[in-house]
Design a protein around this ligand. Structure first.
Ligand code: SF4
Length: 575
């Protein structure tokens, strides 16, 4: 094989059950691949580009790639989602981008979920075989790309002769690469402004592989879960932190609550081990004392329901070390008993409710004017075998009960399944609700459940710290915090700078209206006053008619209502 001095590593973004890699998230793939390359070929230059950077000019990107010795595309959206931070590469885009005549002689490799499980297009559709991208790709690595690449580069074996299906047998195999690979992060587009959150792997595979796992999910296909050691996870975070990363999500595992459990691999619902979680989180805090974000992701509600006492201990440990505004994503998928039975789902409705209650009891507390510490998020999935219109009724009854009990859920994801290779669902189709029924139901959740819920989770006056500008929409900025499942914030545009902190003044079904915190009445625009719930256009105009309000009384005098405490406490009058 020709020496590989320059590699073009293009990140088309990934979203799979246990890995997210859409900005500001950087997935494990670019980091592990870079570490693998540098482990065997330290002088190889890796040129990382996110697909949104490539889109600025396809022609420029292709000219640049034509000087590379190897091109690697990381891609695969196999969990349908909507993203604000970036737009994942499409199959058509990948085909056209990498088919340029100038790239003909350069080996092109496809890695990531598309290569492993097929090209997911959108929810409700069957994934295309990854072979659909060969050509333009010469090699499709269905195994673990970091290991396949390291082996080929180390032995100068041509990719023709490499075992492209090689999958690691233990987490130890990736450890030489994780800290070395951290050195790719400065090339991530948001790195220089701190707009990066690194997804961290704690284990791969699902303990429920013993019973086959959920019908639609790829995790059981990894077999016995492979846990990383605390020491290796902490070392990786230490290196990322040393390089400047301040936000981390322990997102790469089927169920964070079972990390470190000695029963993983032996039983379907391992008993959580709070001491193991404490060892992990305290180790992270030790090497990253000033981190800005430490969040988690997937938690199996079945684990909590079956091991409530141990789960309480784990939740308490997480709250001691993490940063608030955290979410334990519960893959509920369905509360319809028939769908649960036919798809071997992890928990029935009573178990899910008991898990939600427990997490509310421990995680519902909040710092003054802050978001709750750790709330459940709910995933509902449609298009599974056994589904019928009764499924909609079951799920609405469940959500209504949650609301009526006063329980908090941080967010509800409503999706349609993608049929993937390697799952027991595969290309099977069961009874399905119609597409328009699905969208009507989704809308019903948005209007009847989400709006009420977000008002409780982030009531007026709640302060969100360290927000970033994600986008602009008409006369609004779209802001979000760095962290897990960040709430989307609309803020009326002003001439001023984007604030660091904001506070909530109104709600939409899945978003907040916010203003800069602290709020300086002398500088506030008419549109900002109008955005405050309960103020309205007339009162806003009256407030703006005051030449220069010096204190709360000046504002109160022109109003026919008492300013609420949540609002007046945010005022900061400039002298
Ligand atoms: S519990 Fe089900 S959805 Fe969750 S990782 Fe295991 S198989 Fe996948």
């Amino acid at each position: 094989m020709k020496p590989v001095e320059h590699i073009g590593l293009i990140d088309g973004y990934v979203d799979e059950p246990t890995v997210l890699g859409v900005p500001p998230y950087m997935s494990i793939y670019p980091r592990y691949i870079s570490g693998a390359v540098w482990s065997v070929s330290p002088h190889t230059q890796i040129h990382y580009q996110a697909i949104d950077q490539v889109r600025v000019s396809f022609a420029n990107a292709q000219t640049f790639w034509s000087k590379m010795d190897l091109l690697i595309l990381i891609a695969g959206m196999i969990v349908p989602g909507k993203y604000i931070g970036g737009t994942p590469i499409s199959v058509r885009e990948a085909r056209s981008l990498f088919s340029a005549p100038s790239l003909e002689d350069i080996p092109k490799i496809l890695v990531g979920p598309w290569a492993k499980f097929g090209c997911g297009l959108e929810g409700g559709k069957i994934a295309l075989s990854s072979d659909t991208l060969a050509p333009p790709f010469d090699y499709i690595i269905k195994g673990d790309p970091e290991i396949v690449l390291a082996r080929s580069l180390a032995s100068s074996t041509s990719f023709e002769d490499a075992d492209l299906n090689y999958t690691r047998t233990s987490a130890r195999e990736i450890e030489p690469y994780t800290t070395k690979g951290a050195h790719i992060v400065p090339q991530f587009p948001g790195f220089s402004i701190g707009h990066i959150i690194c997804e961290i792997e704690t284990y791969r595979g699902c303990p429920r592989y013993l019973t086959g796992g959920c019908s639609f999910c790829v995790e059981p296909s990894y077999g016995i879960p492979q846990q990383r050691t605390v020491e290796s996870i902490v070392s990786e975070i230490e290196e990322l932190y040393r390089l400047g990363v301040r936000a981390f999500r322990l997102g790469h595992q089927a169920d964070l609550f079972t990390y470190g459990s000695s029963e993983i691999g032996e039983v379907e619902f391992p008993t959580p081990d709070a001491a193991a979680i404490e060892h992990l989180f305290s180790g992270i805090r030790m090497v990253a004392p000033d981190l800005g974000v430490l969040h988690i992701d997937n938690v199996n509600p079945g684990t909590i329901a079956q091991h409530p006492e141990e789960s309480k201990q784990v939740a308490k440990v997480i709250i001691r070390y993490h940063t608030p505004g955290d979410v334990a994503a519960f893959g509920v998928e369905s509360t319809d008993p028939e769908v649960i039975r036919r798809n071997n789902l992890k928990a029935d409705v009573d178990e899910v409710l008991s898990a939600i209650r427990l997490l509310n009891e421990i995680g519902g507390m909040r710092n003054p004017w802050g978001l709750p510490h750790l709330l459940p998020g709910i995933n509902l999935l449609y298009g599974l075998p056994g589904e019928s219109t009764r499924t909609i009724e079951h799920n609405m009854d469940f959500l209504t009960q949650v609301l009526n009990e006063g329980l908090l859920i941080r967010r509800i994801n409503v999706r349609q399944v993608i049929g993937l290779e390697g799952t027991s669902l595969g290309t099977n189709s069961g009874t399905r609700i119609k597409r328009n029924q699905f969208f009507r139901h989704k809308e019903e959740i948005r209007t009847t459940i989400d709006l009420e819920m977000i008002r409780k989770v982030a009531p007026p006056g709640t302060v969100l710290t360290s927000v970033f500008l994600e986008d602009e929409e008409g006369n609004h900025y779209l802001l979000r915090q760095l962290g897990t499942y960040p709430l989307l914030c609309h803020m009326p545009k002003t001439d001023g700078l984007i604030p660091n902190d904001v506070f909530v003044v109104d709600h939409g079904p899945r978003s907040l209206t916010v203003l800069p915190y602290p709020f300086i009445p002398q500088e506030a625009s008419l549109s900002q006053w109008k955005a405050i719930s309960g103020i309205g256009a007339k009162r806003a105009t009256r407030i703006k008619s005051i030449a220069s309000p010096k204190n709360l009384d000046d504002i109160q005098q022109v109003l026919d209502m008492e300013l609420p405490e949540w609002l007046s406490r945010t005022f900061h009058f400039e002298n």
